[in-house]
Write a protein that binds this ligand. Structure first.
Ligand code: ZN
Length: 290
């Protein structure tokens, strides 16, 4: 299917991206909520066609799958498989080059931007599959509660809080038993997945959406219990993501009972640019500078 640029809407009505009420595309300000450019210069409708998350999950899916293939191909002889559950694992070297995080990359090598890049890398086929399935399921729920712009910010920030917590625990709490220690090296989107779960829990509480709250709590408990049975799971990374997502819902501007505004979409674009920069900087630093 050829790629088509979205067509700008010039007539008719559109759902205001902020308050979700119908407005005329010609209206400069939403009569319901006062938001300027309620139709996003004619692009609100094509964006909404991509889903409640304005296509964000597609970007994550395509990005993570591409990076998984790149990390496999970059060091083909280093690819390992150990049984059905540990299929097609990119080499540690390859993951390091493209931005795995943890106490060693951050505190020993000064690769601080990996707090973000690591969320787009995966250590095996199942790791990738599970995380993408969770994201695909949770993203529309978070987008409906917070709006697409805030979803992108929550996902980006909680990827960082997840990496920071697990790396700091590994660096500064060295007396912890090995099975409870933080990560010296870590990759995966699960920090952001747990971030979305934390954001859904606080959304359920603040917006008094009991069904969402019950579902989010159940999914969170299932995720923590399930990952307890899988070896080599970054538990502190999960905690860091969840707490980060929960706290974000309490931040000014991120309260899900308030509608999202134009500046949230601006911050989301900024978050995507910073993420892309971290992913480009990683191999450049590793191969040319580091
Ligand atoms: Zn409105």
């Amino acid at each position: 299917m050829p790629f088509k640029l979205p067509k700008r809407q010039t007539s008719g009505s559109v759902v205001c991206f902020s308050c979700q009420k119908l407005v005329s595309i010609e209206q400069k300000n939403c009569p319901q909520c006062g938001q300027a450019n309620p139709g996003l210069w004619g692009y609100a409708r094509p964006l909404r066609r991509l889903g409640a998350d304005f296509g964000f999950i597609k970007i994550v899916l395509i990005g993570c799958i591409l990076l998984y293939l790149i990390t496999l191909l970059f060091d083909l002889p280093g690819v390992q498989s150990a049984g059905v559950m540990r299929l097609l694992m990119p080499s540690s070297y390859s993951l390091l080059v493209f931005g795995s995080t943890g106490a060693v990359p951050i505190f020993q090598w000064g690769r601080w931007w990996t707090v973000l890049s690591s969320g787009w890398l995966h250590g095996g086929l199942w790791h990738l599959g599970f995380n993408m399935a969770w994201l695909n399921y949770l993203s529309p729920m978070v987008a409906r509660g917070y709006g697409a712009g805030r979803l992108v910010s929550i996902y980006t920030v909680t990827t960082v809080t997840s990496s920071l917590l697990t790396s700091s625990i590994a660096q500064y709490w060295i007396t912890l038993p090995r099975s409870f220690s933080g990560a010296s090296f870590s990759v995966g989107a699960s920090g952001g997945v747990f971030g979305l779960l934390g954001a859904l829990v606080i959304y359920g509480q603040l917006a008094n959406q009991r069904q969402v709250l019950r579902q989010a709590l159940t999914l969170t408990i299932i995720s923590f219990v399930l990952s307890a049975f899988v070896g080599r799971v970054d538990h502190w990374g999960h905690v860091g993501g969840f707490v980060g997502g929960y706290l974000m819902g309490l931040m000014p501007g991120f309260n899900p009972t308030q509608p999202q505004r134009l500046y949230h979409l601006g911050i989301a674009i900024g978050a995507l640019v910073v993420t892309l920069a971290s992913l480009i900087l990683s191999p450049i630093h590793a191969l040319l500078i580091g």
